[in-house]
Design a protein around this ligand. Structure first.
Ligand SMILES: Nc1ncnc2c1ncn2[C@@H]1O[C@H](COP(=O)(O)OP(=O)(O)OP(=O)(O)O)[C@@H](O)[C@H]1O
Ligand SMILES: O=C(O)[C@H](O)COP(=O)(O)O
Length: 396
């Protein structure tokens, strides 16, 4: 992959940068700006060279049409503070305002296009539709820098197709991520433990098939748990459940047994009648979740068991919170895993927007982890050994 330096003289050139600014928000307040900070080295390097920097990014999963709730306005404001520069936010993605904002950029100035997923073509499965959108994005710039590591597993117009249309390079964050993550893919020291949680259950269940051939132990927490418990024939009340994945999970359990891979499930669950910060929480056995309750965290017995499985590991990868850590009553499982990783002697990788945010908002020292990845799904797919479209397209 080419570096920014390989792009040659950039003064006066319009450089389109794809960043991952998919940050957690509470209303319009950014609760963790880690992904914005991680983007700074590339942006600062381009600005220092006198490039006219135009950033494209997504926030959340809007339905392919403008939606104020997913505006990048809070990101533009925070980026301006961190860069100590004015960051103009275009009101659209490739429309009249975007064009006029780009035309108004002077050397060393930066602008952000509005949420790229406000245009349905960005995430279209149709190559021609995505291509047409990428043509319009590419027309705004002279070169493309891919630096949104968290999104390189997506074959989307601003990640993949636009790179085919402009001279391109990988940004500093992409190189840094690959360097750190490759330590867990090339001969990982064993025991190799993967801790999986979070709420993007259907996205992340798929990685288990590949991890069964690589890891020695899989610890399952978060919203992922309930499809496993259902596969074992237990009721899960109103917990998050991917019913159409139950058979697949049964297959994983059988395969793990055959391959000698340990799948560790929680034995107790913190439940509540509803998804609310002040909902009354109780702990129940994992095989006895009442029909009118939902599981929102792993219980204390499970926390201790998970910590013990992490303590003697030499490579530990964690992706996805163990519970709804945003609510204090359901944060203990996530804290326990973060603590165990922070205490472990092995090589530790935390991946995922929310997992990384959890580590920081729960007060852990980032330096006690070997690598905090900005990628969630992207880091997992990289660790699975998959070809990531947003990386492959940069390799000439
Ligand atoms: N039992 C549960 N039920 C519902 N939601 C849960 C549960 N456990 C965790 N979560 C939620 O999972 C969310 C994070 O999941 P997600 O899969 O997005 O992880 P991530 O680390 O952000 O990875 P990525 O970067 O791929 O999004 C958190 O907001 C948390 O509240
Ligand atoms: O949060 C992430 O993992 C990335 O920003 C990708 O977001 P997506 O899962 O909505 O594509």
């Amino acid at each position: 992959m080419k570096t920014i330096e390989d792009l040659g003289e950039l003064r006066g050139k319009r450089v389109l940068v794809r960043s991952d600014f998919n940050v957690p928000l509470d209303g319009t307040t950014i609760t963790d700006d880690g992904r914005i900070r991680a983007a700074l080295p590339t942006l600062q390097a381009l600005l220092a060279q006198g490039a006219r920097v135009l950033i494209t990014a997504h926030l959340g999963r809007p339905k392919g049409t403008p939606d104020a709730k997913y505006s990048l306005a809070p990101v533009a404001a925070r980026l301006g503070e961190l860069l100590d520069a004015k960051v103009t936010l275009a009101k659209d993605t490739v429309g009249e305002d975007a064009k006029s904002v780009v035309a108004g950029l002077a050397d060393g100035e930066v602008a952000l296009l509005e949420n790229v997923r406000f245009d349905a073509r960005e995430t279209s499965k149709d190559d021609a539709e995505r291509g047409a959108f990428a043509d319009e994005l590419a027309a705004l710039a002279d070169a493309f820098v891919s630096d949104g590591f968290g999104v390189v597993h997506r074959k989307q117009a601003s990640v993949y197709d636009v790179a085919q249309r402009l001279p391109h390079a990988a940004g500093k964050l992409v190189f840094k991520e690959i360097e750190s993550l490759s330590r867990a893919t090339e001969n990982p020291e064993r025991p190799y433990v993967v801790v999986l949680g979070g709420s993007k259950v259907s996205d992340k269940l798929g990685v288990i098939a590949n991890l069964l051939g690589k890891a020695d132990r899989l610890l399952i927490g978060g919203g992922m748990v309930f499809t496993f418990l259902a596969a074992k024939g237990h009721g899960v009340g109103s917990s998050l459940l991917e019913e159409d994945q139950i058979d697949t999970v049964k297959g994983y359990l059988a395969e793990a047994e055959q391959k000698g891979v340990e799948i560790v499930l929680p034995t107790d669950i913190v439940v509540a009648p509803e998804f609310k910060a002040d909902a009354p929480a109780t702990t129940v056995a994992a095989d006895a979740i009442p029909a009118d309750q939902m599981g929102l965290d792993i219980g204390s017995e499970s926390q201790q068991a998970f910590a013990a499985k992490i303590a003697d590991a030499k490579t530990i990868v964690w992706n996805g919170p163990m519970g709804v850590f945003e609510f204090d009553a359901f944060a203990a499982g996530t804290k326990a895993v973060a603590q165990a990783m922070s205490d472990a002697d092995g090589f530790t990788i935390v991946g995922g927007g929310d997992s990384a945010a959890a580590v920081r908002t729960l007060g852990f020292d980032e330096a006690t982890f070997s690598h905090i990845s900005t990628g969630g799904g992207a880091s997992l797919e990289y660790l699975e050994g998959k070809t990531l479209p947003g990386i492959a397209v940069l390799e000439d």
